[in-house]
Design a protein around this ligand. Structure first.
Ligand code: MN
Length: 139
């Protein structure tokens, strides 16, 4: 079963770079170019993870993250901000909007998939995320 990643990004170059890398790693990829399109796609497709640009037209990434988290059906989906600014306060702003974490722009093709998968695996190992539940812990 291939997992589905929704990418919300208005810059074509970044959009296709992420799409290419994700598809090369076996993921199904959905694309949206603004927040409204992203929210509509998320409602229909229920992706396993959302990669969210913060600087978007019409609706900021922060607002998109808040809207996702305010929707009971969508709030469990991990949202990872993809952002070109990485000042200490920016991380807090994306986290307080409900994002799980962030990946810095410019996107580094050598680490992008690993970073994304860290967030994806964190989310799927949370208690209640799967019907099987508990992972084994030693010590
Ligand atoms: Mn942008």
């Amino acid at each position: 079963m291939s997992r589905t990643i929704l990418v919300i990004e208005d810059q074509e170059q970044n959009l296709y770079l992420m799409k290419y890398m994700l598809e090369s790693s076996g993921y199904r990829v959905l694309l949206a170019r603004d927040g409204n399109e992203g929210l509509a796609t998320a409602r229909v497709e229920r992706p396993d993870l959302i990669l969210l640009d913060i600087q978007l037209p019409t609706m900021s990434g922060h607002d998109v993250a808040r809207a996702l988290k305010a929707d009971d059906a969508l709030s469990p989906i991990p949202v990872v901000a993809v952002t070109s600014y990485a000042m200490p306060g920016d991380r807090e702003a994306v986290m307080s909007a409900g994002c799980t974490g962030y990946i810095e722009k410019p996107i580094d093709p050598t680490t992008f998939i690993d970073e994304m998968e860290t967030y994806l695996n964190e989310a799927s190992s949370k208690p209640g995320a799967s019907p099987e539940g508990g992972e084994s812990e030693s010590g």
